[in-house]
Design a protein around this ligand. Structure first.
Ligand SMILES: Nc1ncnc2c1ncn2[C@@H]1O[C@H](COP(=O)(O)OP(=O)(O)OP(=O)(O)O)[C@@H](O)[C@H]1O
Ligand SMILES: [Mg+2]
Length: 410
């Protein structure tokens, strides 16, 4: 798939942008704070409905426009793209409205998604445009907290599997309701019968998530391990990516916990097609922990507590790897994501690379840029185009980004 046109209105520092995009690789270069990252963010946002940076979607609206006295301010992101199934039009509107009774600048904010000019639920936006994003902070997938690794799995899976995404959203709603009820029970209110209805829901939806994640991690692990071994370290080092599903209340000591999680992960990865067995385990875990969960007012087992990790020679790369080893592993993972998406959908995803090329040494840079040049469409940003070889520059379209405007160089 590839984008033919991007149109932005009141998005970040783009008051108005109309940009035709060519096939192949486009290099967006320019000084700091001109809009390079914002442009990639817009494309990523249309693919995933999430920003990798903004805490609130309302922050994406252009500041000046948001402060204008108009009762309604609309930001618009539109992509025209060509896929195997034809030409598509994907749009997101960011709508800020002055509350009727509100004084002193009280606003409400909402989003509206459109596919082929028809209003759709936000969740239906996903999967129309598929991207793989590379950021310097991707290394946090290895060194950061589990929530980032869960988000990575969820966003990646949602791009190709709408059923997973719907299940996830229903799971999160059921979890919120169950936790509210657990808090009531802690206060001596609420009913255990209703709790068991929510527990059934959590088991049904949660076991579907667990199975899908196990399958995803199994596939991506195999490909990441191959890329790392064959293409990145020339047979020097082997990484292993493994699932740590929270399917049991954990023992108290740290080493016991690691071992139990490791065993559970292996079990799920072997048994992911057996929904009944996974559901039975989750039910058992929730039942065992129920008295403690009522005390705490929260659900302490289930896929919302899942994690995964990468090991090298059996040791957690997040704790024991050198910075370079961590970078290589993340690169292998991201490159695996490209191949995985292509094998599942039959189409190459669009690659977005924000300032990452400068981070890598010669060998890793060459490998990454090979993937870029082989892709149907890739957009990369750099402050200094001088770091690319003349050979690479000869194969790309370069554009200058300056103060919210984009200008092709020739
Ligand atoms: N909601 C917004 N409205 C208007 N401008 C914004 C908004 N959010 C961010 N900006 C501004 O957009 C400008 C461009 O940001 P961006 O991150 O795209 O820069 P960049 O070209 O990637 O720079 P760098 O090379 O430093 O990464 C920044 O000055 C930023 O403050
Ligand atoms: Mg930037």
């Amino acid at each position: 798939m590839f984008i033919t046109h991007l149109s932005l209105t009141n998005f970040r520092n783009f008051g108005r942008l109309e940009l035709d995009l060519p096939l192949g690789t486009t290099l967006l270069h320019g000084n700091n704070a001109q809009g390079k990252t914002n442009l990639l963010e817009a494309i990523y946002y249309l693919a995933t409905s999430r920003s990798p940076y903004a805490d609130y979607d309302s922050h994406l609206l252009n500041w000046d426009a948001a402060q204008a006295p108009e009762p309604v301010v609309v930001g618009r992101l539109i992509i025209q793209l060509t896929t195997q199934s034809g030409d598509h039009h994907v749009e997101m509107r960011l709508i800020q409205e002055k509350n009727r009774n509100g004084r002193n600048g009280q606003h409400s904010f909402r989003r509206q998604a459109l596919v082929n000019r028809r209003k759709v639920r936000l969740i239906e936006l996903l999967g129309n445009l598929r991207v793989v994003l590379f950021l310097p902070q991707d290394i946090q997938l290895i060194t950061g907290p589990p929530s980032g690794r869960r988000r990575y799995m969820d966003i990646t899976l949602c791009q190709i599997d709408p059923i997973y995404c719907r299940t996830l959203s229903n799971y999160n709603k059921a979890l919120e309701q169950r936790n509210a009820l657990l808090r009531q029970l802690a206060d001596g209110q609420g009913s255990l019968e209703v709790l068991s209805i929510f527990t059934d829901k959590i088991v049904d939806l949660g076991s579907q998530l667990l199975a899908r994640r196990a399958e995803f991690l199994e596939n991506i692990a195999r490909e990441a391990q191959r890329i790392h071994y064959e293409e990145l370290t020339q047979g020097q080092e082997t990484i292993r990516l493994s699932y740590r599903p929270r399917l049991r209340h954990m023992g108290s000591s740290r080493s016991e916990k690691m071992q139990e999680l490791d065993e559970l992960g292996k079990w799920v990865q072997v048994n992911y097609k057996d929904h009944k067995a996974i559901a039975a385990r989750l039910m058992q875990a929730l039942t065992e922990i129920q008295p403690i969960d009522i005390n705490r007012g929260t659900t302490s087992v289930g896929p919302h507590r899942d994690d995964w990790l990468i090991t090298i020679n059996g040791r957690n790369l997040g704790s024991f790897g050198s910075r370079g080893q961590q970078r290589s592993a993340v690169l292998a993972l991201k490159l695996a994501e490209i191949n995985w998406m292509e094998s599942v959908t039959g189409e190459k995803p669009i690659l977005l690379l924000d300032e990452v090329v400068a981070e890598f040494d010669e060998r890793r840079r060459t490998l990454l840029l090979n993937y870029v040049l082989k892709s149907t469409q890739a957009l990369l940003t750099a402050t200094d185009p001088g770091m690319f070889t003349a050979d690479f520059m000869a194969q790309v379209t370069s554009m200058t980004v300056e103060n919210g405007r984009v200008r092709p160089d020739h």
